[in-house]
Design a binder for this molecule. Structure first.
Ligand code: ZN
Length: 378
């Protein structure tokens, strides 16, 4: 039977307690396991609803005896962020206490792990031994501050599993996935199962988000040839469209996509009721170095000329900036694409300041100014 555990974080302010929930399906001794969470950025809510559907679908599969692996779900990953409201508006991306992005600066265990792997190398593909070394390397950094302890706990959970799926969303966006170059095929499998047609692969994005800290640990094991790619841990960030795309029917379908991926990974038995993924356009893989952030060339109202998901060419007009403080008949400023690819996201900003990011383009060719390890914005 599925179980639920509650964990309390160190106190934030006198009289308050923040807790995290963890639902577990299938046996902890199963050969393969997966970990899912949503809401690290507490103002991104599509994933919170999708996980409730995943939980419901797993409960049915459990009754049918079809859960083959171990699946752990943390239905909300950031209780501190969920409580951050300023004058009725949620501020969930950054910690109001210090301005830090909630999905940056997770513990980096690589240095301690390298020492552990050197002194106590596990047998090749001995996953329990490898995960025990991850836990040992992480334990040395246990923090006391509430948000740091939250990140520590999330990474600790994730590193116990073969698969990490972190559910996020953009502001206004098409579905897309971020994953590591080491795991191209599994990223494509996830994309096909969930109906995603835009996948971003990177070696190292930088900034220490959760998925990167997980991937960095496995990369050290891979470098020493202590694991093959079939056993290598897989982490991906699934971007579930835009913040406003919270819809029960869409969430149910997204959850079915995640279950399809679990069937492919052998975590869930595929039954006669297995439904094929909806047929969408072929998956395109973009290097993270090919992402271009669209900047407003002037101050004014953003008038979009392209929809999210539209194909774009170099020098094509994506939007116009309409100045509202110019002379009579002042011209608009064109926002041009610097890549051939697609418009992935349009940010919420309607009145842009000169130089402000207003959207994200994906090109298939790396851009010279984009450097590995420095690919993540704030
Ligand atoms: Zn996010």
């Amino acid at each position: 039977m599925a179980t639920t555990e509650t964990t309390s974080l160190p106190s934030h302010t006198p009289g308050t307690t923040h807790t995290l929930l963890k639902h577990s399906f299938g046996g902890a001794d199963a050969a393969r396991s997966a970990y899912l969470q949503a809401g690290t950025h507490a103002d991104e809510h599509p994933g919170l609803l999708v996980l409730q559907h995943v939980i419901g679908q797993l409960q049915v599969l459990e009754q049918q005896g079809r859960i083959l692996g171990h699946i752990v779900i943390v239905p909300f990953a950031n209780p501190v962020g969920l409580g951050q409201q300023v004058f009725g508006q949620m501020v969930g991306r950054y910690n109001l206490a210090n301005g830090e992005n909630f999905n940056r600066n997770f513990p980096d265990i690589t240095q301690r792990l390298i020492a552990e792997l050197k002194h106590n190398p596990p047998a090749k593909n001995d996953l329990p031994a490898i995960k025990a070394l991850f836990a040992k390397a992480l334990t040395a950094s246990a923090p006391n501050e509430t948000v740091a302890a939250n990140k520590y706990w999330l990474l600790k959970q994730a590193l116990e599993h073969d698969i990490l799926l972190d559910l996020h969303c953009d502001t206004s966006s098409i579905l897309h996935i971020y994953a590591n170059l080491n795991q191209r095929q599994r990223a494509l499998d996830l994309a096909v199962a969930t109906g995603v047609d835009a996948v971003f692969l990177e070696d190292e994005a930088g900034g220490l988000p959760l998925d990167e800290c997980y991937a960095k640990a496995w990369k050290e094991v891979l470098k020493l040839d202590l694991v093959d790619t079939a056993h290598l841990g897989f982490s991906a960030t699934l971007e579930l469209r835009g913040q406003a795309d919270v819809d029960d029917d869409i969430a149910a379908e997204d959850a079915r996509g995640i279950i399809r991926f679990f069937q492919r990974e052998g975590l869930v038995e595929a039954g006669a009721d297995a439904v094929e993924a909806p047929c969408r356009s072929p998956v395109t893989v973009y290097p993270l170095e090919g992402v271009s952030h669209l900047l407003a060339p002037a101050t004014g109202i953003v008038a979009w000329k392209k929809q999210i998901g539209d194909a774009v060419e170099v020098d094509e007009v994506i939007a116009q900036i309409v100045p509202v403080d110019g002379v009579l008949g002042a011209p608009r400023y064109a926002v041009l694409s610097n890549v051939s690819g697609r418009l992935i996201a349009r940010h919420h900003v309607k009145l842009a300041r000169s130089g402000q990011k207003i959207g994200m383009l994906a090109g298939t060719t790396p851009l010279p100014e984009r450097q590995t390890g420095k690919l993540m914005g704030l």
